[in-house]
Structure formats: C-alpha cells, structure tokens
Design a protein around this ligand. Structure first.
Ligand SMILES: *Cc1c(COP(=O)(O)O)cnc(C)c1O
Length: 362
C-alpha cells in the first residue's frame, strides 16, 4: 500500500496553494534576465520595504543568535496602543495567513462548517479542507460579498465566517451598513473574521474594530505584507476579544514570529511617509489601468485594493504569453475565473510595461 493510504484523506485530496510565480523561477525556466522581469502577481509593494523597517532589521541582526520574544511584547504593545486595545487583544502571526490557520485549529473539526464567498481568498478553503471541516460557499453577485446571504447560510455547525474586505482577488468591499447588520445577526457559536489585508488602502475604511471592542465574536486580521512592503518577513496580526485571543495564543508555536520581522513591523507601523507614498502610487496606478481598460472596452472590476481583476478571454494563455515577455501576472482559473487575470498595481513604469505586453498578447 502506498504511504498516502495511511495519511489523512483531507491532506491527500488538497489542491495546494499556487502562489504568484517567483521572478527567479521565471528567469530560470524561460532563460530571461531576472532584472528584466516585472512581477505584478502577488500584490506586493512596488516601492519595496518601508525604509524605517530596513533600518530596524539591520539593527536586529546582531541578536540573531537569541530566540525571539515569542510573546512579541513590543510589537503587540505598539499595535494595541495605536488601535486603542489592550495587549491581550493582539495576536501575532507568521503572516496573517497563520492566524487564519490558528482560527481553524481552535474552532474547526470534522463536523464544523466554515462560510466564505464564492470568489473569496482561496486560503480559507485550503485551511477548512486541511481541518476536515465543510466549506460552505455563498454566491457573491457582481463579485461583492453578500453578507445577508452569508448570515442566512449559518447553521448550528457553523463556527467561522470569513469576510475579506477588500476581497482578494476581486478588490471589492462591503458597506459599513452591511457589516453592522451582519454582525447583529451572528449567533453566539459563530465567529466573524474580517480579513483586512488591504485595509490601509481604503479612503473610507469601515470600523469593524468597534465590534471587537464591544466584545462581539469578531476577529480582524491585518498584515505587514502589503502596504508596509514586508511580505518576505511573514508577519501579520489579529485583533480579537480576549477570550478568543487567549485561545489563539495557545494554538500557536512558541516562536511563530521571528525577531527580524517583529522589529521591522514595529518600525513600519509608524512609517507614515512610506504608507502615504505607497497609497499615492497605488491610486495613480489604479486610475491608469481603469482608464486603459475603459478605452479598450475591457471588462474589469473596480478595485479598492492594490490590484485589479480584468477579463482577457483565455486567462491561462494570456498569463503564459505575458510570462514569456517577462511580465508575471496571476491567472485566475483557481478562483473559478478562467477568463480573467489579476494584475497587481506597480510603479508607473511597471504598469506601462504590463499594459503594453497585455496589449501585445491578447
Ligand atoms: C495577501 C493577503 C493576506 C496576507 O497574507 P500574509 O500571510 O499576511 O502575507 C491575507 N488575506 C488576504 C485576503 C490577502 O490577499
């Protein structure tokens, strides 16, 4: 018998996450110069890491032989202070993705259900599958989460409902009213998780934290991977009512976030200059693409984040043909959107080049 017969079936059956194609791998496979390749596939910050974070990392190097503060006291205190919470409400993760996993560890089992939108971030499905739970997918007309329908889908087995706001890969957001109404309808055995990975890009962000403050079963996830430009360091955080945060702390590894990442995140949170510059570049880039797609009569989804979903016909082919010309975008067939690609907003130069290559291949 093959060894896989002895493994957990839900692990064997899992279709692994397919990340944006790395620059080095693309260069190796296609014989291209890595320096000539543009990666607009993973919603990374085109301006690079926060400069203050770089300094903080450099300063942290000399302590690399010492285990990190697993409790992340300095970073958690700073986040708590900034958001008006107690340190006990803050949970750090090896990327906010790890906090998704901690939530599943803590609340899912084989009888449990996790609810998410049809075109939601795919990690929710992966995690619920890994924990043997039932993944319940709710239709999202016009690519917008239908929170009323998601509340209707709750059963006695539901434990987690994930709302990515803005959502990836659609870039859409839900209204403040819809959020408040949804949270009012939550029964006591269900936790609503608001994944706010792109929160900092919003001009009028919804206040979901008020519900955490009120002690509702609401968890908010944020990350340093996007606006702060620290995706390689793997650091994110969750804000949760104390009873939930305490459970998540138990579920994590003792040193789940590393010292370099903690130091960088601490500095990046206060780097208002880098945040503002990033927002400005993103605003211009989004306007550039929206105008270009309108001009070409191409269908796109108006985005509130740092990427844009555009219909190109054969998404996989367009992805491959663009790749050959050194522009990495993200094909969307894994998101049930085979005729679309997702393009992350880059610098003006990167956007220009990506559009030229898209025009050349479609
Ligand atoms: C990028 C992203 C994250 C962040 O992941 P990290 O693990 O923090 O890098 C979380 N949720 C969504 C919806 C994202 O797009």
């Amino acid at each position: 018998m093959p060894i896989s017969d002895f493994a957990n079936s839900f692990v064997c059956d899992l279709v692994a996450y397919e990340p944006g194609k790395p620059i080095e791998e693309t260069a190796r496979e296609l014989g291209l110069d890595p320096a000539s390749i543009i990666k607009v596939a993973s919603n990374e910050n085109p301006l690079g890491p926060s400069p203050l974070a770089k300094k903080a990392m450099a300063a942290a190097i000399d302590q690399a032989h010492i285990y990190p503060d697993g409790g992340g006291y300095k970073l958690r205190s700073a986040i708590a202070g900034k958001l008006g919470f107690d340190i006990s409400n803050i949970v750090l993760g090896n990327g906010s993705n790890e906090i998704i996993e901690l939530l599943c560890h803590t609340f899912l089992n084989r009888n449990a259900e996790l609810i998410a939108a049809k075109h939601a971030f795919v990690v929710y499905r992966l995690m619920s599958t890994l924990f043997g739970a039932r993944y319940v997918e709710v239709d999202d007309p016009d690519f917008i989460h239908d929170l009323d329908a998601m509340a209707d889908a709750i059963t006695e087995n539901t434990r987690l409902v994930f709302v990515a706001n803005p959502n990836n890969p659609t870039g859409t957001q839900v209204t403040h009213e819809a959020i408040d109404r949804f949270i009012d309808r939550l029964p006591p055995h269900v936790i609503a998780v608001f994944d706010e990975a792109y929160f900092e890009f919003l001009d009028t962000p919804p206040d979901v934290l008020k519900h955490v403050r009120a002690g509702k079963n609401v968890v908010v996830l944020r990350t340093c991977s996007k606006i702060h430009g620290l995706a390689a360091l793997r650091i994110g955080y969750g804000i949760a009512p104390k009873p939930i945060a305490d459970l998540l702390q138990k579920a994590r590894q003792p040193f789940n976030t590393n010292a370099m990442a903690q130091a960088a995140a601490l500095a990046a949170l206060d780097d208002a200059d880098h945040i503002e510059k990033t927002k400005a570049v993103n605003r211009e880039g989004l306007a550039f693409y929206e105008a270009a797609f309108k001009e070409r009569g191409m269908r796109y989804v108006p985005s509130f984040a740092n990427f844009i979903l555009v219909e190109v016909g054969e998404g996989d082919r367009v992805f491959k043909d663009m790749l050959k010309q050194g522009v990495i975008v993200r094909a969307m067939s894994g998101y049930k959107l085979p005729s679309w690609v997702r393009i992350s907003i880059g610098t003006a130069h990167e956007n220009q080049r990506a559009l030229e290559v898209l025009d050349a291949v479609r």
